[in-house]
Design a protein around this ligand. Structure first.
Ligand SMILES: [Fe+2]
Length: 151
């Protein structure tokens, strides 16, 4: 069954906002990977690399889904900065502040994923719904693991 054109326009816009937010979360996480210091250095340095690599793969999947829906994925730093729901974070270096910042960023991504998932599921857009439900599952697990460090 063909997707409704009004729906496609709406979901492409939501996916571009999501893409910008993933890209900002990616850059924030690279900063945490580079600047982390302290007794959890080694574990967090490695974990942050794993997370930003996953965000990089996710950005590619979201961009390619936008193309499949007939849209054009944003691909400039200026549009990412303008549209991202994740705020730019710089000069954080302690385990507590970087973990807290990353948990906040991932929670924002999960909110966007839930909104997109809901819209996609009610419009029978199974591929977009599946993409976002995989991301919700993965990000909620990462949030749980990171938040456990702060207890
Ligand atoms: Fe590195």
């Amino acid at each position: 069954m063909k997707l409704n054109p009004n729906y496609s326009k709406e979901i492409i816009e939501a996916l571009n906002t999501y893409l910008s937010s993933i890209q900002q979360a990616y850059m924030n996480t690279r900063g945490f990977h580079w600047n982390i210091v302290g007794s959890h250095f080694l574990m967090l340095h490695i974990k942050y690399e794993e997370i930003y690599n996953e965000l990089n793969v996710l950005a590619d999947e979201v961009a390619e889904r936008i193309i499949q829906l007939g849209g054009r994925p944003d691909h400039s730093f200026s549009s990412y900065l303008k549209n991202s729901k994740v705020i730019e974070k710089t000069d954080l270096s302690s385990d507590k502040e970087t973990v807290e910042a990353l948990v906040d960023d991932l929670k924002i991504l999960v909110e966007l994923e839930r909104e997109i998932n809901d819209k996609a599921a009610s419009n029978l857009d199974e591929a977009t719904a599946a993409l976002t439900s995989d991301s919700i599952r993965s990000h909620e697990k990462t949030i749980w693991m990171l938040a456990a460090l702060l207890k």
